[in-house]
Design a binder for this molecule. Structure first.
Ligand code: PLP
Length: 437
């Protein structure tokens, strides 16, 4: 943990050490937490009298659950958050400022403070943000973009929408993220951008990726849609893309996203594309040939601010749940039944992904549901180069990604979200152990 003179920003690295200090019995009141909005609820929690790590960071229920759902939507937002969101909506509705309005600037400033970035362009979704960033980075018809094949379809769709051609690169079997040593073989004269994905909330090896990119003079855009709160986000790239859809670690109550960068001219180009190609601060005067209608709504920005207060607390809860999974399941990895993800300080545990080593993954999934009523999931069920589309049939029939393909058959996501209870998590682990043993 940092010394008393420095306040914790509470991105993933600091939360990692904070959790270990709290587990070691260090007094929570001694932790000096930075005053950014994202840390507000974490700060209140740690500073309350008689803070107790288990009681205050884990949820309990009185009875043992009869079933566990993977991601029950009504539990992704707490009653307290609903109250805060209602207040935000009440503030905005009478003003009529549903699209443009003053909350947008505040939202952008809070994201900038959290991530220590100079420019935040808040958008109508992560997908829109990614299309715009690719366009502003110069990606056009026929340009190649190197990316993994195991991401959500939004990543490849953004490349295609910008006119680019996805070139799929293999992954690291332990992190599920782009393998830097595989990038060079994907580079051609047409390569215009490298697009690594922070899959499941894990930061790819950005230092190694940036080194190759610099060598070849290719810009890097980080798809960080699943990793708000990860340390060093956007540090080794032209920009990072965020998503604030309701399933993400920081969700609005609709669709929203952002581009974050330290590059002022790139930021201006993004702003122009984000709003009809208009010159900045000029009413309806075009500078770019065209642009999108893709700015965040004032209403979603107000809601995002209301929910941002909970981000670091929720990320710490996710980390604690991941840590519990790791501790309790370690012996089953040692026995060769499963493979756990690595417990590192560069992830925000958007999803908890294991690999089934002993047995057929699909059968394990089905049996956990059938015999234990525990729902697990697979993110994402079809790899990009295996989709049944005309484009894939025409261009990717011969694409071979041995690691991506082999890992894809083994991986399984266990439930993990801030409101998951200890009892539910125990039931998930009992079910898994019973089925794989
Ligand atoms: C890896 C990844 N990239 C891009 C996106 C697109 O974000 P949005 O849903 O905000 O358009 C998502 C969200 O689902 C995502 O998980």
């Amino acid at each position: 943990m940092k010394t008393a003179s420095e306040n914790l920003t509470c991105t993933s690295k600091e939360l990692f050490f904070l959790l270990h200090d709290l587990k070691d019995g260090k007094p929570a009141g001694d932790c000096r937490i930075d005053d950014t909005l994202a840390n507000q609820k974490l700060k209140e929690t740690l500073q309350q009298d008689k803070f107790d790590i288990t009681a205050n960071l884990l949820n309990r229920m009185d009875t043992s659950p009869s079933r566990v759902d993977f991601l029950p939507l009504h539990r992704l937002i707490t009653e307290e958050e609903v109250e805060d969101v209602i207040e935000a909506v009440k503030d905005v509705l009478p003003t009529g400022q549903f699209t443009s309005g003053s909350y947008i600037g505040v939202f952008k400033a809070e994201i900038a403070a959290l991530l220590r970035k100079n420019h935040v362009m808040a958008s109508s979704s992560g997908t829109d943000a990614m299309i715009i960033a690719l366009k502003a980075a110069g990606v056009g018809q026929g340009d190649e973009v190197i990316m993994p094949a195991n991401s959500f379809a939004a990543t490849e769709n953004a490349v295609l929408a910008a006119g680019g051609t996805p070139v799929f690169c293999d992954i690291d079997p332990d992190t599920f993220c782009m393998e830097p040593s595989e990038i060079e073989a994907c580079i051609t004269m047409k390569t215009k951008c490298i697009l690594p994905v922070h899959l499941y909330g894990k930061r790819p090896d950005m230092e190694a990726i940036a080194q190759i990119a610099d060598e070849f003079g290719i810009p890097v855009i980080e798809d960080a849609c699943q990793s708000i709160g990860v340390s060093n986000l956007g540090k080794n790239s032209l920009c990072a893309i965020l998503s604030f859809n309701p399933y993400k670690n920081l969700g609005t109550c609709g669709k929203a996203g952002a581009i974050v960068t330290d590059n002022p001219s790139f930021a201006s180009a993004c702003m122009e594309y984000m709003y009809h190609g208009f010159e900045l601060n000029q009413k309806n005067k075009k500078k770019a040939d065209y642009g999108f209608n893709a700015k965040i709504d004032n209403l979603q920005a107000a809601i995002g601010l209301a929910r941002m207060k909970y981000l670091s607390l929720n990320n710490l809860k996710r980390l604690y749940l991941a840590d519990r999974y790791m501790t309790h399941l370690q012996q089953y990895e040692d026995r060769g039944l499963i493979k756990l993800p690595q417990m590192t300080d560069d992830q925000v545990w958007h999803l908890f992904t294991i690999k089934i080593i002993n047995g057929n993954r699909d059968q394990v999934k089905d049996m956990m549901l059938k015999f234990h009523h525990v729902q697990t999931d697979i993110y994402y069920p079809i790899l990009s180069h295996h989709q049944n589309t005309p484009l894939v049939k025409a261009n990717y029939q011969h694409t071979s990604l041995p690691v991506t393909e082999s890992v894809h058959k083994q991986m399984l996501q266990l439930p993990l979200y801030p409101a998951l209870t200890v009892e539910e998590q125990d039931k998930v682990m009992e079910a898994l152990i019973d089925v794989v043993s």
